[in-house]
Design a protein around this ligand. Structure first.
Ligand code: HEM
Length: 156
């Protein structure tokens, strides 16, 4: 087979160039992989991020819960976010706050020992803002209807 199309080389190309931000942290939570999507989403280059703690993108008030979950997963080798999505705020290099959604991919060696974990993250800030504006608009309209006696109770 053409070496360029070999599985490993395809995997490398896809991970490196994906617009989904892919970040791998080792057992200690140190960044070991930071792809092009992560550079664009968070503003830090791979050179700046690799070797540092992933705290650089975690807003301070979420760090305790993150590390509690992270250390537990490194210890047990079990995570619930392989299938379900974790939605959280994240920090960028220029100090913006964005809304992200991510899954994780837990990596183990041949003996089943956890090597670390990758997060595949998408920036959902625009959708988040739109939903927030819609919720506010709906609450406003419901209040008006209630005032006009059209609805008597707010079920949301
Ligand atoms: C970017 C900002 C991030 C924030 C704000 C954040 C925040 C959180 C929070 C609040 C939890 C607790 C969730 C719960 O108890 O249900 C958590 C758990 C976790 N986070 Fe993060 N996190 C971030 C990034 C990352 C990244 C980049 C990775 C991995 C490379 C990661 C890996 C994990 C793991 C493995 C858990 C435990 C999941 C489990 O309980 O199964 N997080 N994080």
């Amino acid at each position: 087979m053409n070496a360029v199309l070999a599985h490993q080389s395809l995997c490398e190309g896809i991970v490196d160039q994906s617009s989904i931000a892919i970040v791998f942290g080792d057992r200690e939570g140190i960044v070991r992989l930071w792809n092009a999507g992560a550079e664009t989403m968070f503003g830090w280059t791979a050179g700046e991020a690799i070797g540092k703690s992933m705290d650089m993108i975690i807003p301070e008030k979420h760090r305790a819960r993150h590390w509690e979950g992270y250390d537990r997963v490194m210890e047990t080798g079990v995570t619930k976010y392989g299938q379900s999505v974790l939605a959280v705020p994240a920090s960028t290099k220029d100090g913006r706050r964005i809304s992200i959604e991510f899954n994780v991919v837990l990596l183990k060696d041949a003996d089943g020992r956890v090597l670390g974990i990758a997060a595949t993250m998408q920036d959902v800030t625009a959708r988040w803002e739109r939903d927030k504006a819609l919720r506010a608009r709906m609450a406003e309209l419901e209040a008006k209807l209630k005032q006009a006696g059209v609805v008597t109770e707010n079920k949301s």
